[in-house]
Design a binder for this molecule. Structure first.
Ligand code: EPZ
Length: 423
C-alpha cells in the first residue's frame, strides 16, 4: 500500500487542470449499456473507480477500449445481465448499472451494495423507482434480482429521509428511457452530474425534460443509439483545490471549473474571505484576507455538498473562531474528525454537528484515510500543518482524485507518494 508524505507550510500558487467528474462518468458509462451501438465518452479521469466500472461493462460482454481520456464502449449483442459481488462490492456506485440492464435486457441481477465508512447507504429509493416502472424485484443470495417483463411508464416520488437520491434518480431515469409510456420522477436529484447524464441520454435519442429540476419527465422510446459525449468537470475536485488556496494562503487558477456548478461552495468561501473570480476558461481562488469562521449545513444540490464537508472542516480547523458544521446527508460522515484532532485540531462532535474551534496551527502527524473526501481533507490539513504528515491508505484518494500529488506539486507543495512499509 502507498502513503502520501507532505511537508506543510507552503502557499500554493499556479494553475491546476480540473479533471472530468467521477460522479458523472460512472452513470454515463453505465448508460452506454442502453444500446447495442458504440458510444465514445471523453474527459474521463484515470481513477480506480473508472477501471472498476470498465471491468463491470466488460464482464457484461461489452467491448471496451480506452484511448487516453476517451473510452469507447460497444455493447453489441451483450446478453449478460449480472453485475457480480466481487466487482460491485469494490464500488457501491456500480448499482447504477441496474436501470440500464433492466431496460435493455428486461432483467438484472446486481449484487446488493454494502455500506461504507460514511453511512449505511440504503437503496430503497432505487428499488422504489424501478418498481414504479413495473419491475418485479426479489433480494436473493445478496443480489437484487429484477424482472422487467412487464415494464411500463409510471410516476414516482424519490424523496427519502435525507432528501433526493442522485443514483436512484439516475437509475430510474435510465430505466424509463426504453419503457413504453411516460415516467415522472418527483423530488428528483438536481445535481449537475444528473443533468450531464440526461444530456448524454438525449444525445442517444432519449426523450427527457426537466433535468436539473426536481421533476424529470421521460417518454420512453423503442431504441437508443450510440453517442459521443464529453463529461463535465469535477466540481468537488475544483472545490477541494479552492480550499487548498484558502488554507495555504495561496492563489490558484482552476482550469475548466464552472461557477454555475459550485455556487454554494463559492458563496461560502467568498463570505469567508476567499477571493473567487471568473477567469478565461475557469475560476481563480486567491487568499486576500484573513479567513473568517463560517457555519455550514450540507444539503442536496444546490445546497452545500456533503462531498465538500470534510475539506471545509480542514479550513475551519485553522480559522480563528468557532464554526459549526452540520451534516444532513450522511450524519455519520465525520470519521475525519479524530484524525484531524490527532494533528492538533480542536473539533467536538455533537450528534450531526461538528463544533470546530480554530487553532493557530496544526502539527503534522501520521494519519489514516478512511473515505475519499476525508482523505482529501487530511491532505489539505497536511499542506498547512507544521512539519511532516503521512496520509496512509491513500487507495481511497486514488478512487476520486486524478494525479493528486502531481497537481499539488505543480502548485508548489512539498508532497510525494511512497510505499507504506508499515502497511
Ligand atoms: C452520490 O451518491 C455520490 N456518488 C456521492 O459521492 C454523494 O455523496 C451523494 O451522491 C450525495 O450527493 C456518486 O454519484 C457515484 P444519494 P449516491 O443516493 O447517489 C440516502 C463521493 O465522495 N439514500 O444521493 O449513492 C443516502 O443514504 C461520493 O464522490 C436513501 O435513503 O447518494 C444519503 O443519506 C460519496 N435511500 C442520501 O439519501 C436510497 O435508496 C443521499 O444519497 C438512496 C440514498
Amino acid at each position: 500500500m502507498d502513503k502520501i508524505v507532505i511537508e506543510g507550510g507552503r502557499p500554493l500558487k499556479g494553475t491546476v487542470e480540473i479533471s472530468g467528474a467521477k460522479n458523472a462518468c460512472l452513470p454515463i458509462l453505465a448508460a452506454t449499456l442502453l444500446t447495442d451501438e458504440k458510444s465514445v465518452i471523453s474527459n474521463i479521469p484515470s481513477l480506480k473507480d473508472m477501471s472498476t466500472m470498465l471491468k463491470i461493462l466488460k464482464n457484461l460482454g461489452a467491448r471496451v477500449e480506452q484511448k487516453g481520456d476517451e473510452i469507447i464502449v460497444e455493447p453489441k449483442g451483450y446478453k449478460n445481465y449480472i453485475a457480480p459481488y466481487e466487482l460491485v462490492s469494490t464500488m457501491r456506485a456500480s448499482i447504477c448499472v441496474l436501470g440500464p440492464l433492466l431496460a435493455k435486457q428486461r432483467r438484472a441481477e446486481v449484487s446488493y451494495p454494502g455500506g461504507c465508512t460514511i453511512g449505511s447507504r440504503p437503496i430503497d429509493l432505487h428499488l422504489k423507482g424501478i418498481r414504479a416502472l413495473g419491475a418485479d424485484i426479489k433480494i436473493e443470495r445478496g443480489y437484487i434480482v429484477a424482472d422487467g417483463k412487464r415494464l411500463h411508464g409510471g410516476s414516482v416520488y424519490l424523496g427519502g429521509h435525507f432528501g433526493s437520491s442522485v443514483l436512484a434518480t439516475d437509475n430510474t431515469m435510465m430505466a424509463a428511457t426504453l419503457v413504453k409510456g411516460v415516467t415522472v420522477i418527483e423530488n428528483a436529484a438536481c445535481e449537475p452530474e444528473v443533468v450531464d447524464l440526461a444530456d448524454f441520454l438525449v444525445k442517444m435519442g432519449a426523450r427527457i425534460k426537466g433535468q436539473g429540476t426536481s421533476r424529470i419527465i421521460i417518454e420512453g422510446v423503442k431504441k437508443l443509439h450510440g453517442a459521443e459525449h464529453s463529461v463535465i468537470p469535477d466540481r468537488i475536485e475544483a472545490g477541494t483545490y479552492m480550499i487548498a488556496a484558502a488554507i495555504t494562503k495561496g492563489d490558484i487558477i482552476l482550469k475548466h471549473a464552472r461557477l454555475e456548478h459550485m455556487v454554494a461552495v463559492v458563496d461560502k468561501l467568498f463570505e469567508a474571505g476567499l477571493e473567487v473570480t471568473k477567469v478565461h476558461g475557469g475560476l481563480r481562488a486567491k487568499y486576500a484576507r484573513r479567513i473568517k469562521p463560517m457555519d455550514i449545513t450540507t444539503l442536496q444540490y444546490p445546497g452545500f455538498p456533503t462531498d465538500m464537508q470534510a475539506q471545509f472542516m480542514s479550513l475551519m480547523a485553522v480559522t480563528g473562531g468557532i464554526s459549526v458544521i452540520t451534516e444532513k446527508i450522511y450524519p455519520e460522515r465525520f470519521i475525519h474528525i479524530s484524525e484531524m484532532n490527532r494533528m492538533g485540531a480542536d473539533i467536538l462532535l455533537e450528534g450531526p454537528n461538528a463544533i470546530v474551534k480554530g487553532v493557530k496551527h496544526l502539527s503534522g502527524a501520521p494519519v489514516m484515510a478512511s473515505d475519499l473526501r476525508a482523505s482529501a481533507a487530511l491532505v489539505l490539513a497536511g499542506l498547512v500543518a507544521k512539519g511532516r504528515t503521512d496520509v496512509r491508505r491513500i487507495y481511497h484518494l486514488d478512487r476520486g482524485y486524478e494525479k493528486l500529488e502531481a497537481k499539488f506539486s505543480s502548485l508548489g507543495a512539498k508532497i510525494h507518494r511512497e510505499k507504506d512499509k508499515q502497511a
